[in-house]
Design a protein around this ligand. Structure first.
Ligand code: ADP
Length: 427
């Protein structure tokens, strides 16, 4: 094990590549994983693409927002690497961590990216053609430009890898499972972070209890956790499933595919486009995929009101289902842009769940406090700000053996990666 030397800068860049954006953050592992900067390239493929960096220090070169000509991912990645290369002249990178949606049954532990892994990820691209190709492109481009820079893949499926068999199986012909078709679950980096925070804030006993984690952002999912392990989760083989999201439908009647194919000659590709980019809050409201917009307009526009109502109702239903799967509930935890910031959505989700022991404290909820349940509530309801980037940085440190104490040396580092670093590196 190699402890981080506070005198030697140890820079970890985290990359989170989406279908139309690349988000990144830079951490200093020699300074308790302090966040040095964060930024992103947004609206890739549109005429008004933008490249923004926001630094924590006074350094003005790490603070800018400028338009970018990036008609596709390759151009966007090129611009990102040009900037990194220039910046590295004064502050070299130690390693890069990539959020990778999934690595199928074979790759799920955070680990160094190898040519063999990239080949497997390419083979798996049909699992998620909307994310994996861009993520692979990013890792390959980095490898070409910075061949000596260690790159670590951090899979969003890790947290759910040991789902009980009954939660993993999909009720379709058994032969598809041999191809890797099963429930994987996502938002694993966020869930791992939230569990560490829960243990830190509420104590290890609470973190061992019956917990429902609700990550409600543009992408939204819930996870049922017991003894610190995921026992079920709403997203399944792809992130399109589960609760309705900003533009994703969530779970649907499978009969709809054939109905639309017959009546509208809708192709599989068009169906995929519809359920990923035209559905959810946007599909129902016909105006916006953004919860803030919908809350603003719900009193004048019934479509906005119905979109909000459907979202809250579906999340409530999943909470009920997961309470059943867990045999009761001790902690309900909200995170993600909506979960962290919207008292009104949280209140609507929790309304009527008194029978489960959930009792919200109106004032605490309105103030977005850490604990938003009453003192008498049987279930502790919490709000925790998630941090997927920091989780990636922790995983990178652990995978590369940075700042991990010797007592963990003989353990399976990759599996424990999401837990180890965080206990060693304070936020
Ligand atoms: P992503 O999944 O892309 O990381 P976020 O976690 O940032 O997205 O969540 C974005 C969602 O959070 C949007 O629907 C946004 O409207 C919603 N949101 C952010 N702040 C608030 C707020 N104060 N009230 C209601 N919704 C909010």
């Amino acid at each position: 094990m190699r402890p981080a030397n506070p005198l030697i800068p140890t820079r970890i860049l985290t990359i989170n590549g989406g279908s139309s954006s690349i988000k990144f953050a830079l951490f200093d592992a020699a300074d308790s994983l302090r966040r040095i900067l964060e930024g992103g390239i947004e609206r890739i493929g549109l005429p008004d693409a933008i490249f923004q960096v926001k630094g924590q220090d006074q350094d003005q070169t790490d603070n800018f927002s400028r338009p970018l000509s990036a008609s596709n991912h390759t151009e966007a990645v090129g611009a990102l690497m040009d900037w990194i290369e220039r910046r590295s002249g004064r502050d070299p990178l130690t390693a890069v961590g990539h959020r990778v949606l999934q690595g199928g049954p074979k790759y799920y532990k955070p680990q160094r990216i190898t040519a063999e892994m990239v080949t497997e990820l390419k083979r798996l691209s049909p699992f998620d053609p909307d994310h994996l190709p861009e993520e692979i492109l990013l890792t390959e481009a980095f490898h070409r430009r910075f061949p000596d820079l260690p790159q670590v893949a951090c899979f969003d499926t890790t947290f759910h890898h040991d789902l009980p068999r009954v939660a993993q199986m999909l009720p379709i012909p058994r032969r598809y499972e041999a191809q890797g078709v099963r429930r994987y679950g996502f938002h694993g980096l966020s869930y791992a972070f939230l569990m560490e925070e829960l243990a830190r804030l509420a104590g290890p006993e609470a973190a061992q209890g019956r917990i429902i984690l609700a990550h409600l952002g543009n992408g939204a999912s819930l996870a049922a956790v017991r003894h610190g392990k995921s026992v079920d989760t709403s997203m399944s083989f792809t992130p399109t499933s589960g609760v309705p999201m900003s533009t994703r439908s969530g779970d649907l009647d499978p009969g709809l595919v054939w109905y639309l194919a017959r009546t509208e000659k809708m192709s599989a590709k068009q169906f995929n486009e519809m359920v990923n980019f035209q559905s959810g809050l946007l599909g129902i409201s016909e105006t916006s995929s953004d919860m803030r917009d919908l809350l603003k307009h719900e009193t004048q526009d019934v479509r906005a009101a119905e979109a909000v109502a459907l979202f809250c109702y579906q999340v409530k239903k999943w909470i009920g289902a997961f309470a059943a799967a867990l045999g009761g509930l001790d902690t309900l935890l909200f995170a993600g842009g909506i979960g962290e910031n919207s008292p009104s959505v949280r209140a609507r989700i929790c309304d009527g769940l008194g029978f489960l022991g959930i009792d919200l404290d109106k004032k605490r909820n309105a103030a977005n406090e850490g604990v938003i349940s009453t003192a008498a509530s049987r279930v502790a309801v919490r709000v925790i700000r998630t941090d997927e980037e920091l989780m990636i940085a922790r995983s990178v440190c652990q995978t590369l053996g940075l700042n991990v104490s010797t007592e963990t040396e003989n353990e399976d580092h990759a599996t424990k990666g999401l837990q180890l670093c965080s206990t060693q590196l304070k936020r």
